[in-house]
Write a protein that binds this ligand. Structure first.
Ligand code: CTP
Ligand code: MG
Length: 234
C-alpha cells in the first residue's frame, strides 16, 4: 500500500542510492539487489515513509535506472527520483538540489542502511528540531582498535571509549547542509564531515544495530535474518 507522507512534516530525506555495490559482488546496482524478494531501496523507503516527521523523500538513483526506480517506488511512497553522480557526494548534491525550501530539516540516509527503523529517523530529526545544526546516529565501537604502520606492525592501542561508529540518517538544519555542500572542496566520506570542516558542532544520538550498512555478502545474510524478527517485518 502506498504510504502517505506528512504534508505538515518538517523533514526532507535525501537518499543516495546510485552506487554500484562493487563490494557486494557482480549484479545489479546495490540499491536494487533483493533482500527477501524486495530491493534494498524499497525496504529503506518504506521505513522512511513510516517516520511521522517525513514530508519529502528524494532518491538519487543510478542514472540508467531513474524511470525503473520511480516505477518501483510509486506503490511504496510518493518520492522524487533524480539521477545520481559518480561519487556519493555528487548523488547527495543532486538530490539536495531539488529539496523544497519548506523542509527546515534535511536528513541524508544511505539506501544501503535499508533496515534502519523509523524511530532512528525520528530521533535524529528531533535532535535537529531541538536546536542542533548537525546530528549523527552512532554506536560504540566494540572491537579493540590498533594503530599500525605500513608494515602492519602495531604502533599502539587506540582508546575506543572515545570512538563511535557512525550510521545514517545524518540530520541537518537545511541551510547548514546546503552551506557545507557548497563549501566542500574535496570529497568527504559523510555529510557530517563537511559540516565539521565549517567548524560547526555535530551532535551524536544513539544509532541502532538494525541500521547496519549492507556492504558485503555477509551483511545481506545478517539482514535476511534480522527481517525474520517480528518487529522488523515488512
Ligand atoms: N551512493 C550513491 N552514489 C554513488 C556512490 C554511492 O548514491 N556514486 C550511495 C549508495 O547507493 C549507498 C550509499 O551511497 O546507498 C553508501 O555507499 P556504499 O555503501 O559505498 O554503496 P556502493 O558505493 O554502492 O558500494 P561499493 O562501494 O561497494 O560499490
Ligand atoms: Mg561506495
Amino acid at each position: 500500500m502506498t504510504a502517505q507522507l506528512n504534508a505538515r512534516g518538517d523533514v526532507a530525506v535525501v537518499v543516495p542510492a546510485a552506487g554500484a555495490g562493487v563490494r557486494l559482488g557482480p549484479g545489479a546496482p546495490k540499491a536494487l539487489r533483493l533482500l527477501e524478494g524486495e530491493p534494498l531501496l524499497v525496504h529503506a523507503v518504506r521505513r522512511l515513509a513510516a517516520a511521522p516527521s517525513v514530508r519529502v523523500i528524494v532518491v538519487a538513483a543510478p542514472p540508467a535506472e531513474v524511470e525503473a526506480v520511480h516505477a518501483l517506488l510509486a506503490p511504496v511512497a510518493p518520492v522524487t527520483v533524480v539521477p545520481g553522480g559518480a561519487e556519493r557526494q555528487e548523488s547527495v548534491a543532486a538530490a539536495l538540489a531539488v529539496v523544497p525550501p519548506e523542509a527546515a530539516i534535511v536528513l541524508v540516509h544511505d539506501a544501503a542502511r535499508c533496515l534502519t527503523p523509523p524511530s532512528v529517523v525520528e530521533r535524529v530529526a528531533a535532535a535537529v528540531r531541538d536546536g542542533a545544526d548537525a546530528v549523527i546516529p552512532v554506536l560504540p565501537v566494540v572491537d579493540t582498535i590498533k594503530e599500525v604502520d605500513a608494515e602492519e606492525t602495531v604502533l599502539g592501542t587506540v582508546d575506543r571509549s572515545v570512538l563511535r561508529a557512525v550510521q545514517t540518517p545524518q540530520g541537518f538544519r537545511a541551510s547548514v547542509l546546503r552551506a557545507a555542500h557548497a563549501a566542500a572542496a574535496g570529497l568527504h566520506t559523510d555529510d557530517a564531515g563537511a559540516v565539521e570542516k565549517l567548524g560547526i558542532p555535530v551532535r551524536c544520538v544513539p544509532g541502532s544495530d538494525l541500521a547496519l550498512k549492507i556492504t558485503r555478502p555477509i551483511d545481506l545474510a545478517v539482514a535476511t535474518h534480522l527481517l525474520t524478527l517480528p518487529e522488523n517485518g515488512r
